[in-house]
Design a protein. Structure first.
Length: 197
């Protein structure tokens, strides 16, 4: 495998894993549809991902997940479940699309880079939703859910079309999201300490 193809394969895996941090099942569904259509190859052991059954199963799961994030209270509960699920799904989707790489390289990159990327984006979205719940009483959460849905779709499609661009978008998102959250938290009034008189 040429070094450039090697890098593209890893960038594709990391891009899709990052999208998993926004929504667990939607990037897997997009990957499954792309694999089923022959647009991307999948690694040995992941042929099931390119099957009609996988497309249907992931389609149902993605739809249920999307709708559930619009239900107040359920969205915050889902974040606690989605965090470990995103780490696993990010690792698996990375390994699935890193075809033709030596197993040691593939699984090392999938666990560290894929799982790590999914964990970072999931952590940021969880923090954003928690702040939205705290400061808007949950009224802003549908806006957050819509943004996450759009990000999951955009990053997944970009990863398939132009993997390095998707990687750049994710890095910029993480940078600006962390910076915005830090600025927001600095502006919040600190609780006054009362003297003991």
């Amino acid at each position: 495998m040429a070094p450039f193809d090697f890098a593209v394969s890893i960038a594709l895996g990391i891009g899709l894993a990052s999208a998993v941090g926004f929504r667990v099942f939607l990037p897997l569904l997009i990957t499954s549809v792309a694999a089923y259509g022959g647009y991307i190859p999948v690694s040995d052991g992941f042929a099931w991902l390119a099957s009609p059954a996988a497309v249907i199963m992931l389609g149902v799961a993605a739809l249920a997940e999307i709708l559930a994030f619009y239900i107040p209270g359920v969205d915050n509960l889902l974040d606690t479940i989605a965090t470990p699920a995103a780490l696993v799904a990010g690792t698996l989707v990375s390994a699935a699309v890193m075809a033709d790489l030596p197993p040691l390289v593939k699984w090392t990159a999938a666990i560290i880079a894929g799982g790590g990327a999914a964990g970072i984006t999931q952590g940021i979205t969880t923090l954003v939703r928690a702040n939205s719940t705290a400061f808007t009483g949950g009224l802003g959460n549908p806006v957050v859910a819509t943004g996450e849905l759009g990000a999951a779709t955009l990053v997944s499609l970009l990863a398939l079309a132009v993997p390095f661009v998707a990687l750049g978008v994710v890095i910029l998102f993480c940078f600006y999201a962390v910076r915005t959250i830090r600025k927001f938290l600095r502006r919040q009034p600190k609780p006054e300490t009362q003297g003991t008189g």
